[in-house]
Design a protein around this ligand. Structure first.
Ligand code: NAD
Ligand code: UGA
Length: 463
């Protein structure tokens, strides 16, 4: 019998969009997304579909179509677990901030809570799907909790990591490069795998649905993120060498990307990668390698993070150096705060670290981002605990209008590659700024020679 009721624990950047697409593509399946965060669930249920908590192009239309039909958002976690045949766990797995593995290992407390709650509630056999990104062999721990604390019912654990990128989540979900499903090699395991394959087969062709053992699936997710991040750190390392040698990193990226063995994607030099996952997943990988005594493996991957931290710091140092070695009381405008375009997510955004460095030098930071509020900017800075919260309040100016944000500024730093920045009236911006007017393009999106013709001093990454 096919699956007719799915529950997803965690209504975040993964749970929300993923389940919305499953509900849209499988009208015969009832999908309930649950979360402990009442505010988040209320926002998912907001009558005005533009107020759902996550901004992703195309997402509000899908939610509008499926919500109330076969897509539901609720805080009643137990009821949804009880009713579902298949339960996705999509809760957050952040880097641990305490105890053993602090600053490196993944914090699995939310995962364990889910497993205990499923075990407590389940009165019938269920398939539990790891959708969150997890350290390899987590399924073993989940299984042990389920089997030892449950009501004697049988559980199958599948690993089904998510590969969507924010900003393109809907497209990635509708047309995935692949769907990865790991499960037990036993007969029951294979049946559980098939049940999940059948869900995806409603819109994904079967040749794109890959099945493996659980450990390969868990480790493939960490490996994919490590490889992607490694490409960015590799090109960013070259960007510094380009700046010293007269080479242009955009030209270098184009030249190497045309080699079909290398390929053109993920070679965009930048102020550094952000986002909730690359850093945490690589740190987790490093921790796992170290825990097996594989120190060379750990050091190899840790360098990706070291390079990324260096790139962010290099960007802020360069601003201070170029502005005559002092930014004290100077207004520096940040265009963009989100970690990439087309998302309202700011987790680990390079902008936070660059702002933190500049505020430590007494700069005033004026922020304009089309999707990020002042409240979020301040919360991000407060989280670093570099100074008292009121000092951040006094150091950050926020604007709803980019032209006002730039007026009177000594310099502009582009931190996010929002398309709208390219289309601005840059002459008007120049006229309103202090002179010389500097632009530090942390995303290499602006046309430097056009800006120089206007009179700007323009600096891009890696040229
Ligand atoms: P998120 O923080 O946006 O969402 C997680 C949600 O889970 C939160 O709303 C939280 O309140 C809820 N939650 C935590 N514990 C709970 C519990 N016991 N019961 C009910 N709800 C609970 O996180 P996210 O970005 O969606 O990431 C989730 C997982 O997916 C992570 O492991 C992440 O690594 C992985 N992932 C994320 C992305 C991405 O682009 N964000 C992509 C692929 C994989
Ligand atoms: C990334 C992966 O791309 C997804 O496949 C994965 O599912 C996800 O992590 C996850 O596990 O969370 P995401 O972080 O949402 O997705 O966004 P990316 O497009 O990968 O961008 C990450 C960061 O790298 C951004 O700050 C982006 O601006 C930066 N980046 C990306 C570059 O600096 N240069 C590039 O060439 C590409």
């Amino acid at each position: 019998m096919g699956i007719t009721k799915i529950c997803c624990i965690g209504a975040g950047y993964v749970g929300g969009p993923t389940m919305a697409v499953i509900a849209q593509k499988c009208p015969q399946i009832q999908v309930t997304v649950v979360d402990l965060n009442e505010e988040r669930i209320a926002a998912w249920n907001d009558e005005d579909v533009n107020k759902i908590p996550i901004y992703e192009p195309g997402l509000s239309d899908i939610v509008k179509e499926a919500r109330g039909r076969n897509l539901f958002f609720s805080t009643d976690v137990e009821k949804a677990i009880d009713e579902a045949q298949m339960i996705f766990i999509s809760v957050n797995t952040p880097t641990k901030t305490y105890g053993k593995g602090k600053g490196m290992a993944a914090d699995l407390k939310f995962i364990e809570l889910c497993a205990r709650q499923i075990a407590k509630v389940a009165k019938e056999n269920k398939i539990v799907v790891e959708k969150s990104t997890l350290p390899v062999r987590t399924a073993e721990a989940i299984k042990s909790i389920l089997d030892n604390t449950g009501n004697g019912v049988k559980f199958q654990i599948l690993s089904n990591p998510e590969f969507l990128a924010e900003g393109t989540a809907v497209q990635d979900l509708l047309n995935p490069d692949r769907i990865l499903i790991g499960g037990d090699t036993t007969e029951e395991g294979q049946k559980a795998i098939q049940a999940l394959v059948d869900v995806y087969a409603n819109w994904v062709s079967e040749d794109k649905i890959l099945t493996t053992n659980v450990w390969s699936s868990e480790l493939s997710k960490l490996t994919a993120n490590a490889f992607l991040a490694q490409r960015i750190s590799s090109i960013n390392a070259m960007s510094e060498l380009c700046e010293k040698t007269g080479a242009d990193v955009n030209e270098v990226a184009r030249a190497i990307g045309m080699d079909s063995r290398i390929g053109p994607k993920f070679l965009k030099a930048s102020v550094g990668f952000g986002g909730s996952c690359f850093q945490k997943d690589i740190l987790n990988l490093v921790y796992i390698a170290k825990s097996y005594g594989l120190n060379e493996v750990a050091d190899y991957w840790e360098q990706v993070i070291i390079m990324n931290d260096h790139q962010k710091r290099r960007f802020s140092n360069n601003i201070v150096k170029t502005l005559y070695n002092t930014v004290s009381d100077k207004k520096i405008t940040f265009l963009g705060w989100a970690f990439k375009k087309d998302t309202n997510d700011t987790r680990e955004s390079a902008a936070i670290y660059v702002a933190d460095d500049l505020i430590s030098e007494n700069a005033k930071i004026a922020v304009y981002d089309p999707k990020v509020s002042r409240k979020k900017v301040l919360a991000d800075l407060d989280y670093l605990e570099s100074r008292a919260a009121d000092e951040n309040v006094n150091s950050v100016l926020s604007f709803e209008n980019p032209y006002e944000a730039c007026a009177g500024a000594h310099a502009i730093a582009v931190l996010t590659e929002w398309d709208e920045f390219v289309a601005y009236d840059w002459q008007k911006i120049y006229d309103s700024m202090q002179k010389p007017a500097f632009v530090f393009d942390g995303r290499n999106i602006l046309n430097g020679s056009d800006l120089e013709k206007i009179g700007f001093v323009y600096q891009a990454i890696g040229s």
